[in-house]
Design a protein around this ligand. Structure first.
Ligand code: RP5
Length: 168
């Protein structure tokens, strides 16, 4: 499912190509796990018709999770979620003046009825959104579940090997 089939299972969308520095962390994580994905600019306010088309056709095109990143008045994740019933992971992209706190509040404050799973501002959020997408897909993919377990073991080993510059 993950290695032999190249049809995208995860859609990464963002409001601008200026979001790519952050959103590329999601792409890299999916690549590391061998999950086929697509990445596109789909601006909610500059490409509303294309955004509706993207969201409404996502499930029938084979996507299983959408990761949407945006900055400022970050309405893209919520609008995508409004037009499809796939799980949507929202990534707040740091903005110029408010450093992404605006993006975070915008994405996390979805009114009751249309959820967006909201992640941390910036790179950690993008990487974790991808990990979360992998976890969703792993529910029906044993090989992915194994890769996730290996990832956790490697993380544990790295943390256990950490040293501090103090003498005890
Ligand atoms: C949002 O406005 C984008 O998601 C981006 O974070 C922000 C700035 O966009 P650009 O002016 O860089 O295109 O729509």
């Amino acid at each position: 499912m993950t290695n032999n089939d190249t049809r995208p299972l995860v859609g990464i969308v963002m409001g601008s190509n200026s979001d790519w520095d952050v959103m590329s962390h999601a792409a890299r994580m999916l690549k590391d796990f061998g999950v086929p994905f697509e990445a596109r600019v789909v601006s909610a306010h500059r490409m509303p018709d294309e955004m509706f088309e993207y969201a409404s056709s996502a499930r029938s095109r084979g996507l299983r999770v959408i990761i949407a990143g945006a900055g400022g008045a970050a309405h893209l994740p919520g609008m995508i979620a409004a037009k499809c019933t796939l799980p949507v992971c929202g990534v707040p992209v740091p903005s110029k003046y408010l450093r992404g706190v605006d993006s975070l509040h915008s994405i996390v404050q979805m009114p009751k009825g249309v959820p967006v799973a909201t992640f941390a501002i910036g790179e950690a959020g993008a990487a974790n959104a991808a990990l979360y997408a992998v976890q969703i897909l792993s529910v029906e993919d044993a090989a992915l579940e194994e890769k996730l377990a290996e990832f956790r073991v490697a993380q544990n080993a790295k943390a256990r090997a950490m040293t501090l510059p103090v003498e005890t």
